[in-house]
Design a protein. Structure first.
Length: 514
């Protein structure tokens, strides 16, 4: 059943739960916790202070924070201020952070004290970034203090917007151009997924206690680990970062009922516990996976080992996450990503002619529904290419069987998905081409046993020069996040290209197995 009562403005949900279950634990991390009553009060004060600081409706506020209760409070406070939240990975490089701050034209940033020097440096290149607020995570920095704003009364009341159809978030995702695109998402679209998928399909409710290792700056985690908890009135423990040993220890406690992750996490989970006979996780009723394709063997082995359903689904940032999901009851096709979320229209079309294809035939997956993004931030051309007649063209190749179970088979796009993290080959190529000994280069995704895919770099050295693998990787580390660093480096005589100059990537892959 679709819980339409969950699709409501964030301030309304906060006030509802503060009234109904005020003393109940809402979110917890290794450092502290917040109840629903405290969450409503603290986010209201921070939102009022943001107004006092000149943050107006439609302004953008960046979050450079690790997974934490403060991350959740910051996100909800920004929404209550009527601003747009811009989550940034805490592990992002200086160049990646700078791009997001300027592209989104951020007026404020909430960061940790240990990032104070970096933020100060970045302000020089972001002229509109006037307001900086620090949490004490890692170190205390001078300036506006997050906890002080949360505990003191502001002059202004929180704006508490009631319109849930205007953009509330800019979530950056890698694209085929190599430049990250800011996906505009609404509270309505995000909470529609909560109502149609997490509650209707997986049964998430106020009775659940979730253990979340997901990185909160991702749309998957923002949707499930932040907004779904708030909407349902559930409780959650937030892991600052995923650790298999810590996850096993916490799940053994019997405190948790629900565990989301990505396939790589579940793979490591199996490997780490293989020697531990009779391992049980009391009260854990369900695990869910998204972010990358779940191999059928991993799914089967996990369920046989622990006797707990592991439900795989398919989601993308542009659709506020989930498109399809496997259900806990009824038949399942392991290796597929399930059936469309209720209320969502899904088609498999011929990529060139755009007509629908029959069961079993591979084509491009296109999606239509209340959760589809309004568009990309400041990118009208890319928006027009992605949204056609109300349908979002995913660029993913898929097929479905006679019962409607969908299987992702490949990508029209060239994105590499490494353990659930999207990597655009062109982004790596842009960095490598700045390395003096390199004449030309290309990046392709190659299979990896644990991570699904990893980037492989092919380089053509300049005449009379050589390219040392470690040297080019060191160059990459200066500009790219760790997960984007190529796994292997191959030297080749030329990069195969079409007449128009496009890289023929499949020929590079074929060369690895020839």
């Amino acid at each position: 059943m679709l819980r339409t009562d969950l699709i409501a403005p964030v301030p309304e949900l906060l006030k509802r739960h503060a009234r109904m279950r005020g003393p109940k634990l809402a979110y917890r991390d290794a450092r502290g916790s917040v109840t629903y009553a405290e969450l409503e009060a603290r986010t209201g004060r921070i939102a009022g202070h943001l107004a006092d600081l000149g943050i107006g409706a439609g302004d953008t506020v960046a979050m450079l924070l690790p997974n934490s209760v403060a991350w959740v409070e910051a996100s909800l406070s920004i929404t209550r201020a009527g601003a747009l939240g811009v989550p940034i990975s805490y592990e992002a490089t200086e160049a990646e952070i700078a791009y997001r701050l300027t592209d989104a034209n951020c007026k404020a940033i909430i960061a940790t004290g240990e990032r104070a020097a970096l933020v100060g440096k970045l302000q020089a290149g972001a002229p509109n970034l006037e307001t900086v607020i620090f949490t004490e995570h890692g170190a205390k920095a001078s300036g506006l203090q997050f906890d002080e704003l949360a505990t003191t009364e502001p002059k202004s009341a929180p704006r508490d917007p009631s319109d849930i159809h205007t953009p509330a978030y800019i979530i950056y995702t890698s694209g085929t151009t190599g430049r990250a695109k800011g996906v505009l998402l609404t509270v309505h679209g995000m909470l529609w997924v909560v109502a149609a998928c997490w509650t209707a399909v997986t049964g998430l409710s106020e009775r659940d206690f979730v253990l979340s290792p997901l990185p909160l700056f991702h749309s998957y985690a923002l949707n499930l680990s932040v907004l779904a908890i708030l909407a349902t009135g559930a409780s959650e423990h937030i892991m600052e970062r995923y650790s298999t040993g810590e996850a096993v220890k916490l799940l053994k406690s019997g405190e948790f009922t629900y565990f989301p992750g990505v396939p790589t996490m579940f793979h490591y989970f199996l490997q780490a516990t293989r020697e531990e006979a009779g391992l049980k996780f009391p009260n854990l009723r369900l695990c869910v996976s998204a972010g990358a394709i779940m191999p059928a063997t991993l799914n089967r082995e996990f369920e046989e080992r622990f006797g707990i359903p592991l439900l795989d689904g398919y989601g993308i940032t542009e659709t506020s996450t989930m498109v399809t999901m496997n259900w806990p009851n009824g038949g399942r096709v392991l290796g597929s990503c399930g059936i469309p979320v209720p209320g969502l229209a899904v088609r498999i079309v011929d990529p060139a002619k755009r007509h629908d294809l029959p069961f079993g035939q591979e084509g491009e997956l296109i999606v239509r529904g209340p959760n589809v993004m309004p568009g990309y931030h400041n990118k009208p051309e890319e928006t027009a290419n992605a949204l056609r007649d109300g349908w979002y063209c995913t660029g993913d190749l898929a097929k479905y069987d006679a019962n409607g179970f969908l299987t992702i088979t490949g990508r029209l796009k060239e994105l590499i998905i490494r353990g659930g993290q999207n990597i655009a080959p062109a982004e790596i190529e842009e960095v490598v081409c700045k390395f003096a000994p390199v004449l030309d280069c290309a990046v392709v995704g190659i299979p990896h046993e644990h991570l699904g895919e990893v980037p492989a770099l092919f380089v053509v050295p300049r005449a009379g020069q050589s390219v040392e693998a470690e040297a080019v990787l060191t160059h990459c580390r200066q500009s790219l996040s760790a997960y984007k660093i190529p796994h292997v480096v191959h030297t080749v005589k030329e990069i195969p290209r079409t007449g128009s100059g496009k890289i023929i990537r499949y020929k590079l892959r074929e060369g690895l197995t020839a």
